[in-house]
Design a protein around this ligand. Structure first.
Ligand code: HGY
Ligand code: MN
Ligand code: MN
Length: 383
């Protein structure tokens, strides 16, 4: 919702209009471009064009641009799908400034109220609704939005799996559970030189113990358990002052909900012990909490079949990153297509994927969308 986000939105909306799509903008700024070439609920693809501040060019952008490329290619080839095709750009997928992540698609599917979303306060104190209005994307369309016939998202893997096993395509089976918390640790600021160690109530030390505990927990649990401390703000953040307060974030994820809950419980117990030992207070605030999602087997199979039709087998894997598709799985048959990330790097300007893989992924997206358009999901698959 920065000015740069607004400019990016204007640019992509311009491309949607060049494709003669019907462009709708909703109350939390989601943008849906629809090719109304037929009747019925659309097959929808799409992703996000917001990035983490230090993000790469492909995370999100790739899925949106490939969706537009699919429509342009079909139009130029004179092929009219049997259902409308839609490309969505979902607001605030990253959640790094306004939590939670996937906020736009979550509101779109009715998982968060519009009122609650509009009142979210950013890490820099800005209010969501005000920032959305500033860039002119507080649209008229209501949320929840209409459910698509099916949803498929094309995305870079953002991890090392496909590259490490030599696969060019991934047929994504689901998304792991996500638990984000903000911790506020309050101790006592003091003189760095005169205060004996035995008298300190040092939140910076507690933050370090928390970070070490989370690393140990992830190592003890083993893969796919991951824990990340991404943001630590000390007050007053001065060389010769023992900090009075630390605000930090904790990102804990696992594909298994029961294990994720166990990790959260163990962490909560540790916080109460360390608060007592170090004589500080620790308060927690949930920033995001999404259970693991399993995609519709029928759509996952269609993705795999389409990949096979290109004689490029797809590896089945869960997504370590959150995606807008995990929200659409709540309302319609949904799955994802992955292409490899070189060296598994993402949320980093060095993020990169080979051109050949990018275009192969877009080809798979095109044929998957056509297959979804001609699939009647009301008939229980007899397999
Ligand atoms: O945090 C995530 O997994 C996503 O990039 N929002
Ligand atoms: Mn993404
Ligand atoms: Mn991302």
């Amino acid at each position: 919702l920065t000015d740069e986000d607004g400019h990016g939105r204007d640019l992509v909306v311009g491309w949607m209009r060049e494709l003669d799509l019907d462009v709708g903008i909703d109350v939390v700024g989601n943008i849906i471009g629809t090719w109304n070439c037929a009747s019925g609920a659309p097959v929808m693809t799409g992703s996000h064009i917001d990035t983490v501040r230090t993000g790469g060019r492909f995370d999100g952008n790739y899925g949106v641009l490939a969706g537009l490329e699919v429509i342009q290619t079909l139009k130029e080839a004179g092929i009219t799908p049997t259902r409308p095709l839609a490309v969505g750009i979902f607001t605030n997928e990253e959640g790094a400034r306004f939590a939670p992540d996937m906020l736009g698609s979550l509101v779109y599917v009715g998982g968060m109220s519009v009122e609650e979303a509009l009142d979210v306060i950013a890490i820099d104190g800005a209010r969501f609704a005000d920032e959305l209005e500033k860039i002119g994307y507080n649209g008229p369309n209501p949320c929840p939005g209409p459910s698509p016939h099916a949803f498929v998202e094309l995305h870079i893997e953002q991890g090392p799996v496909l590259e490490s096993i030599g696969f060019r395509l991934g047929s994504v089976t689901g998304v792991q559970g996500i638990s984000w918390q903000e911790l506020t640790i309050v101790g006592q600021s003091n003189h760095a030189g005169t205060t004996p160690m035995s008298m300190r109530r040092d939140p910076a030390f507690v933050a370090a113990r928390i970070t070490v505990f989370l690393r140990d927990l992830a190592m003890r649990y083993g893969p796919p358990q991951v824990c990340t401390v991404g943001k630590v703000d000390l007050v007053p953040n001065l060389v010769n002052v023992v900090a009075s307060k630390v605000t930090m974030t904790v990102d804990v994820r696992n594909t298994d909900e029961a294990v994720l809950r166990r990790a959260e419980l163990e962490f909560a117990e540790f916080l109460s012990v360390v608060a007592q030992e170090e004589d500080v207070t620790i308060s927690t605030r949930t920033l995001a909490r999404f259970e693991p999602v399993t995609f519709d087997e029928r759509v996952v199979d269609i993705v795999s079949d389409v990949c096979q039709s290109f004689e490029v087998p797809a590896h089945r894997l869960p997504s370590g990153a959150g995606h807008d598709a995990q929200m659409f799985a709540r309302v319609c048959p949904t799955a994802m297509i992955f292409v490899p990330s070189i060296k598994g790097i993402s949320h980093n300007p060095a993020e990169l994927t080979d051109d050949a893989d990018l275009s192969l992924g877009a080809d798979v997206l095109l044929h998957t969308m056509l297959r979804l358009a001609s699939t009647d999901f009301t008939i229980e698959s007899n397999t």
